[in-house]
Ligand binder design. Structure first.
Ligand SMILES: Cc1cc2nc3c(=O)[nH]c(=O)nc-3n(C[C@H](O)[C@H](O)[C@H](O)COP(=O)(O)O)c2cc1C
Length: 303
């Protein structure tokens, strides 16, 4: 152990969690006519890298069968993975399209997704990002494909009546140092640490309505339907004094009780399908004008 209480584990790829997704790719559009085979490949080294234009990066080893397909066609789809697709996702990460047709093997279906001409989407996925390759950067073991997200398609069944998207219902999975993990309860939303009590209440009310509508749809009633509205249910915030600087600071304490409760009220602090820009605005409304200016500056840099 080092003096500071940490232990070095070496210069390694220990960024977790990361998403784990399946890319859809193909050599040409023959699969649409039943000729040739489209492919699926699992990728965990993936991340958003630009807002405008929306860009994504994926790291692929040149020896992957998919590498040649994507390089040749200049297209791929990124298919989000819910728990029902977990085993298929793992399979597509250990078997090669050189040896078999993964769609056929798994009983899955390739789907045409506009505006792509060649790469198939995975029909069974909750959502699919259509991507066009803009740059390829050799890094070492992997090459980084930087691609523009030219369209996103979300399965109709994940839309709420108000048009927002219910990501909780997708049961998305994450990759954590060689293991797959379910996502836990929602703990807050973008900017919640600086949001006004009113904004928190509004969000909680919307979230509760959504939860109860979802429960009604399932023919269930949850205890949360009768829960009294309470601000700060997505985590407890408390002001404390920083003894070093003697300035007021905000600490965010995980409220054990409320996170236990959250287990019985999933989606209570739903993000209501807000974009980052909307969240920034909501958070910034709660601030003093001078602080708001600083926060807006930071948000602009982050975007
Ligand atoms: C969870 C998981 C994540 C993976 N992430 C990547 C990745 O980011 N980049 C990569 O090149 N291969 C990755 N792989 C390995 C490929 O998915 C695997 O070699 C696959 O069989 C290649 O298929 P293909 O030959 O049909 O392209 C991952 C595998 C798993 C199981």
């Amino acid at each position: 152990m080092e003096e500071n209480g940490f232990r070095s584990i070496g210069a390694t790829t220990y960024l977790c969690p990361t998403p784990t997704v399946m890319l859809g790719c193909a050599a040409d559009d023959g699969w649409k006519r039943g000729e040739g085979k489209p492919n699926l490949v699992t990728v965990a080294w993936a991340g958003i890298c630009c807002t405008k234009p929306p860009m994504i990066s994926i790291a692929l080893r040149p020896e992957r069968f998919s590498y040649g397909l994507i390089q040749h066609s200049g297209e791929f789809t990124v298919n989000l993975i819910g728990e029902t697709l977990l085993a298929a996702m793992d399979f597509c990460g250990v078997k090669s399209g050189r040896d078999l047709d993964k769609f056929v093997e798994l009983g899955l279906h390739p789907a045409e997704m506009e505006p792509l001409l060649i790469a198939p989407a995975l029909l069974e996925a909750p959502a699919c990002l259509c991507c066009k390759v803009r740059q390829v950067l050799p890094l070492g073991t992997h090459d980084l494909f930087i691609a523009e997200i030219v369209q996103v398609h979300v399965n109709e069944k994940y839309f709420r009546a108000d048009g927002s998207i219910d990501e909780q219902a997708m049961q998305l999975v994450a990759y954590v140092h060689g293991k797959y993990r379910a996502l836990g309860n929602e703990l807050g939303f973008f900017g919640y640490s600086v949001a006004s009590e009113d904004a928190l209440k509004r969000r909680a009310t919307v979230a509760r309505k959504q939860t109860s509508k979802a429960a009604e749809r399932k023919g269930q009633r949850t205890k949360d339907d009768t829960r009294k509205e309470k601000p700060g249910m997505m985590g407890h915030r408390e002001a404390s004094v920083n003894p070093r600087k003697n300035t007021k600071r905000l600490t965010i304490k995980a409220d054990r009780q409320s996170s236990d409760k959250a287990k019985t009220m999933p989606d209570v602090a739903s993000n209501h399908g807000q974009t980052a820009e909307m969240k920034d605005k909501e958070a910034s409304r709660a601030l003093k004008p001078s602080t708001r200016k600083r926060a807006q500056g930071k948000a602009a840099k982050r975007g």
